[in-house]
Ligand binder design. Structure first.
Ligand code: SF4
Length: 351
């Protein structure tokens, strides 16, 4: 194009699009391609590392983003390279007709990965329709195999229903399953080795998660946390040295290992002792439509008005997300002096 030539309307539109939907890169060069969507703050258990046991004020139904609004948000950000979607809660399976949302999101051409994190309590009755709707991966929380310990952590009964949910999900070979176990010192420490044996028995990879300061009762002070290193030592004492696996996705939060005998994978999410913020690619959308640029973010951006405005453009939605990404801090800062937990507890963000 010569110096004096004016680009055609089509060229201009294309250029504008390229700019509007450029990858969501923050000030530290991290490109954001993963979105975690909380579809409800409600849950059917009360894990002490997440929710308060009582006096809960859940969001009124009318404040929850509709499936159409969530679909609209995903369609917009998918144009800017956000192609990995994880559905969370509270407990996402408590949101009625969730399979309809899964279907809507699975139909979005750019969406490469569609996953769900659940406590498994309602999985047995819903897994079939979720898979039929296009769900590819499910992470199931399982912190213990002991009913007494389960009730101590979850403050409700239900271990059997979780195990039935896992069994039901295993019937779908196309579904990628993973177990997530959060470890609390002196609570389910003795469950680490039995959980590893169970994971090998059912051939599902398991990840052990460090307790993070996201509990609603703000009791976290680091002494209840067992570090990933301590958990790894307990497992290696039982199974021998673990074999570190190359990570296929540099932004994934876990370090994965294979058991020495090759039977199964075990991973560790050491978010407190070995932060992985430098490769973070995640943004979050809360159940009522607030954009969060980090689990420990202190600001949020309300996308709900845009999503409810038929005249708003996809570019405007992405622009709001870009603003949030550009204001993202380098890391959670848990180890920094003066660290304060965020306003929202885990069940209000969705992990
Ligand atoms: S703490 Fe925040 S920046 Fe760090 S990995 Fe988690 S979401 Fe990303």
């Amino acid at each position: 194009m010569s110096q004096t030539e004016i680009p055609s309307a089509a060229d201009t539109a294309q250029l504008t699009n390229q700019i509007a939907f450029a990858p969501l890169c923050d000030r530290f060069g991290r490109v954001h391609s993963a979105l975690r969507i909380s579809v409800t703050d409600r849950c059917n258990i009360r894990c002490q590392y997440c929710m308060p046991d009582h006096d809960l004020q859940f969001l009124a139904q009318h404040r929850l983003l509709s499936f159409a609004a969530i679909e609209r948000f995903v369609k917009a950000v998918a144009k800017a390279g956000v192609t990995k979607i994880r559905i969370t809660g509270g407990e996402p399976l408590m949101r009625p007709n969730l399979a309809e949302l899964i279907e809507r999101l699975a139909d979005i051409r750019e969406v490469e990965d569609l996953a769900l994190t659940t406590n498994g309590m309602l999985l047995a009755s819903q897994v079939s329709e979720l898979v039929a709707a296009g769900l590819k991966r499910i992470n199931i929380s399982l912190d213990t195999l002991n009913e007494v310990t389960f009730e101590k952590i979850a403050r409700r009964s239900g271990l059997q229903r979780v195990l039935e949910g896992i069994e039901a999900a295993r019937a779908f070979p196309q579904l990628k399953l993973r177990l997530n176990a959060l470890v609390l010192k002196h609570v389910n420490e003795d469950d680490i080795v039995p959980l590893a044996h169970f994971a090998r028995q059912v051939s599902i990879p398991i990840r052990f998660i460090e307790f993070m300061p996201l509990d609603a009762e703000r009791k976290w002070n680091g002494t209840q946390m067992l570090s990933g290193q301590e958990i790894r030592s307990l497992i290696e004492k039982e199974f021998g040295p673990l074999i570190k696996q190359e990570s296929k996705d540099p932004s994934q939060p876990a370090s994965d290992y294979q058991f020495a005998d090759g039977r199964g994978l075990v991973g560790f999410i050491d978010s407190v002792t070995t932060p992985f913020c430098s490769s973070c690619n995640r943004i979050r959308l809360t159940a009522e439509g607030k954009i969060q640029n980090c689990l420990f973010g202190r600001e949020e951006w309300n996308a709900a008005p845009l999503l409810q405005d038929d005249k708003a453009s996809d570019a405007a939605i992405v622009d709001l997300v870009r603003t949030a990404v550009l204001r993202k801090h380098a890391a959670h800062g848990i180890a920094q002096p003066g660290f304060e937990p965020p306003q929202r507890a885990m069940y209000q963000i969705g992990g």
